[in-house]
Design a protein around this ligand. Structure first.
Ligand code: SAM
Ligand code: SF4
Length: 333
């Protein structure tokens, strides 16, 4: 990663938003089945022959970085199930222009991989964690809580900073644990972000029955803690507060109650090489056929510039909740 070389940012969408962030899904597979994300028993994954290879991914990210994209987040599905991920990270870490390489994970495999990921060039990670109760964790995700805790603690020891905990806050599911999660994050020096459920696919729509407006969560926290304005590097949509007298920053990601489409700075690349322009819309552009047909580097830049012109103005999660058929893990959340 070279922080000194600057390329001219030229990727601007039709609404004047600069695209400087790409979320890169390295797999649509996952070893958990969070009920708001992936259906139980789901196995209809993309065929391996359709997965972009590490060389193909590197090419696309290089092109984006030439066009001014500074931030890359590796996600999925669960990114740590993709074999040899540190090899890809190492490649991406060498690219001029990429200043920030981060990872979102469910942490089930962090216990084994944290050090390798750190050595390869990941400095900051986001970990999904919706509950601190082992039995509840099993109900929400189908997985083992102890494994995730072991992964988180190994990541802490490996020195990732910050470690952000992503908690999808849901009425009647885990809203009784909001304060416990705050205390847990203070104790471990993690950052905490609450996320509103999004109606993505049938799973997301069913989970939206438990939708919790994060304004209520903020109000509840303000009754117990003194909240002061907070900031956090990262380029994402979270709005932060800090708890006075502690280092804890709490972010609120509110796609439903207070959407942030006007500042959207990102696109998503799925494992099969499709660029998705918006989480909540179908606008997309398929890069894989062109990459495999031998497109030149120059043409690839033009194609990406064209793809960005397809970016819609906003999602319509509230007005058209039935619209998004893909669930989150297919797009790269
Ligand atoms: N497997 C990794 C993880 O869980 O962090 C990365 C991919 S996951 C799809 C990325 C994020 O999407 C997670 O924080 C997860 O909680 C969130 N997510 C998935 N489905 C969602 C939904 N319907 N509404 C809101 N957030 C969702
Ligand atoms: Fe897997 Fe992440 Fe989706 Fe949970 S949210 S099922 S961990 S991809």
């Amino acid at each position: 990663m070279n922080n000194n070389k600057q390329s001219t940012p030229v990727l601007t969408d039709p609404f004047g938003r600069r695209i400087e962030y790409i979320r890169l899904s390295v797999t649509d597979q996952c070893d958990l089945r969070c009920f708001y994300c992936m259906p139980e028993g789901y196995r209809d994954f993309e065929e391996p022959k359709h997965w972009l290879s590490f060389d193909e991914i590197e090419r696309v990210i290089r092109a984006f970085s030439t066009l001014g994209t500074r931030r890359v987040r590796i996600t999925g599905g669960e990114p740590l199930v993709r074999k040899d991920l540190p090899v890809l990270i190492n490649k991406l870490n060498q690219l001029d222009g990429v200043e920030d390489l981060s990872l979102s994970t469910n942490a089930t495999r962090l216990h084994k991989q944290a050090q390798q990921l750190s050595d390869a060039g990941i400095t900051r990670i986001n970990v999904s964690l919706d509950t601190l109760k082992a039995e509840r964790f099993k109900q929400i995700t189908g997985g083992k809580f102890d494994k995730v805790m072991a992964g988180l603690m190994t990541a802490k020891q490996a020195g990732f900073k910050p470690i952000k905990i992503n908690m999808v806050a849901m009425q009647g599911i885990n809203d009784d644990e909001i304060e416990d999660m705050v205390e847990f994050c203070i104790e471990h020096d993690f950052t905490l972000r609450f996320i509103e459920t999004m109606p993505m696919g049938d799973t997301g729509r069913q989970a939206s029955e438990h939708y919790l407006d994060l304004k209520q969560v903020k109000q509840r926290l303000s009754e117990r803690y003194e909240l002061i304005p907070g900031t956090m590097p990262g380029g994402g949509p979270a709005r932060y507060v800090q708890i006075a007298g502690s280092d804890l920053r709490i972010g609120f990601i509110t796609p439903i109650s207070q959407h942030f489409c006007e500042t959207c700075n990102r696109v998503r690349l799925s494992v099969d090489g499709t660029l998705y322009m918006c989480l909540g819309q179908e606008h997309k552009f398929e890069l894989r056929p062109l990459l495999r047909a031998g497109i030149s580097d120059e043409e690839l830049l033009d194609v990406i510039k064209h793809a960005i012109t397809l970016k819609p103005e906003k999602h319509e999660f509230s007005s058209k909740p039935q619209q998004t058929v893909r669930f989150m893990s297919m797009t790269g959340g």
